[in-house]
Design a protein around this ligand. Structure first.
Ligand SMILES: Cc1ncc(COP(=O)(O)O)c(C=O)c1O
Length: 427
């Protein structure tokens, strides 16, 4: 029995049609070295999805491995509910120095539940402040904020969520970043509906999964910040995908000059090692929850593994390594190289409509033959067979290498993509 058969017999993979899981040539990873994944047959793949955008410095980084080993000798997990943990404090102190949030406090979670937490906090904020009618959210067309029900509600559907209509709460919807005026329109909507709005939820700089990597103008975000400042509507920035260097700065907020009341971090926080995320609240939000013990002003929210000590230890070391290794410089250089190669090598191909890139988030939009919904998937498989693991997203190929990717590896990625497209499209 093959590993794929054993896998399909007992594991349910997310975002995956299990009836044909095995037909799509899944890679069954056994171990990894640096930027390469090694499968159960010993075949190597360059991890150009960064294990779903979480990996930053590669796999089995000695410093990160050691941070976890050291923490294991202290403690792996203790509860944050009413108690603390030394390494979590150290992590929060280190993050506080770099996040674009005033006097931040960190509510830790795992995965994208950081967004769910932000929605809950924003909602209760207004009740605590004596304005219980401010219960609505403004979000953008084509937004994707995760899979939990609150996140799916502020997200703009797609990904099989349309059947959840009865479970999703209604939100005010601004246009997607496809529309160059989206942020201006959102700012107007904030002003118009301020009396009912708790918060606006925004992906700074780039809409990723929902919109197929749509990059907004950096200056476009200023009106939204102004509208929030003027009306008091809370600004929630979802940097789950963009945080920790992915777009070229530590946080995308820095490039678009947003200063959120609530910031959502995830994916890259631990360098892709362990599931940890955080909702970061500024002092305005945090102070609104201050009250007497067991009072209704308290935030009654906290996951069991909030502030996991092993995750905190590796996140802390990771944050230091980003600085010690000048990782952002590498992102800038490799991004320039990748952009040039995507344009020079791929745009001339008949099967390529567009390439988009910000930092080390790349997208190649394919010309899909009429009705051939599996076209991009077949191209991604062809690229993966050439030893470069990438994923398709609708009609796109996404190119999301580790932040420490080398120049030679960028060449290798683009070579494999070009060959994969030619194999499937024939030109
Ligand atoms: C912008 C954004 N928000 C939230 C999420 C959800 O994060 P997770 O998949 O870790 O739950 C994602 C995941 O891709 C994301 O890209």
């Amino acid at each position: 029995v093959s590993w794929v058969e054993r896998d399909a017999a007992v594991v349910w993979h997310g975002f995956t049609q299990m009836a044909c899981y095995g037909d799509n040539e899944p890679v069954i990873v056994e171990r990894a070295e640096g930027h390469e994944l090694i499968d159960v047959d010993g075949k190597r793949y360059l991890d150009a999805v960064s294990s779903l955008w979480v990996n930053t410095l590669g796999h089995r980084v000695p410093e990160l491995d050691q941070a976890i080993r050291d923490q294991l000798d202290r403690v792996a997990q203790t509860t944050m509910l009413g108690n603390g943990n030394r390494v979590v404090i150290e992590l929060a102190e280190a993050l506080a120095a770099v996040v674009p949030v005033d006097e931040p406090h960190f509510l830790f979670a795992s995965d994208g539940s950081a967004v769910e937490q932000a929605l809950r906090i924003a909602f209760q904020y207004w009740t605590n402040e004596g304005h219980p009618a401010r219960t609505a959210y403004l979000a953008f067309g084509d937004a994707y904020h995760g899979d939990t029900l609150g996140s799916v509600s502020v997200g703009d559907g797609g990904f099989g969520t349309d059947l959840l209509g009865a479970l999703r709460f209604p939100v005010l919807r601004a246009p997607s970043y496809h529309n160059p005026d989206a942020l201006e329109i959102a700012a107007d909507m904030v002003r118009k509906h301020a009396g009912q709005l708790a918060a606006v939820v925004v992906e700074p700089l780039v809409q990723t999964f929902g919109a197929g990597v749509r990059i907004a103008e950096r200056e476009a975000f200023a009106p939204l910040q102004r509208a929030c400042n003027e009306t008091g509507v809370l600004l929630i920035c979802d940097e789950v995908a963009t945080g920790f260097g992915r777009t070229g700065t530590l946080f995308a907020c820095e490039q678009v000059r947003l200063r959120p009341d609530l910031l959502c971090l995830g994916k890259g926080l631990t360098g892709g090692y362990l599931p940890m995320s955080a909702t970061v609240a500024n002092s305005r939000v945090f102070d609104a929850f201050s009250g007497t013990d067991l009072s209704e002003r308290t935030l009654y929210y906290g996951h069991s593994f909030s502030g996991n000590a092993l995750a905190a230890a590796v996140a802390l070391r990771h944050l230091l390594l980003l600085q010690e290794w000048n990782v952002l410089d590498n992102v800038a250089q490799r991004s320039t190289q990748l952009g040039t190669l995507l344009r020079d090598r791929l745009l001339p191909l008949a099967a390529v409509i567009d390439v988009r890139l910000v930092g080390l988030i790349g997208a190649v939009e394919l010309r899909v033959p009429d009705g051939d919904v599996l076209f991009a998937r077949r191209v991604a498989s062809a690229v993966t067979r050439r030893g470069v693991l990438i994923r398709s997203l609708g009609s796109l190929l996404t190119v999301v290498p580790p932040l420490t990717v080398t120049a030679a590896e960028i060449d290798q990625i683009v070579d494999a993509i070009a060959a994969g497209i030619v194999e499937v499209a024939g030109t």
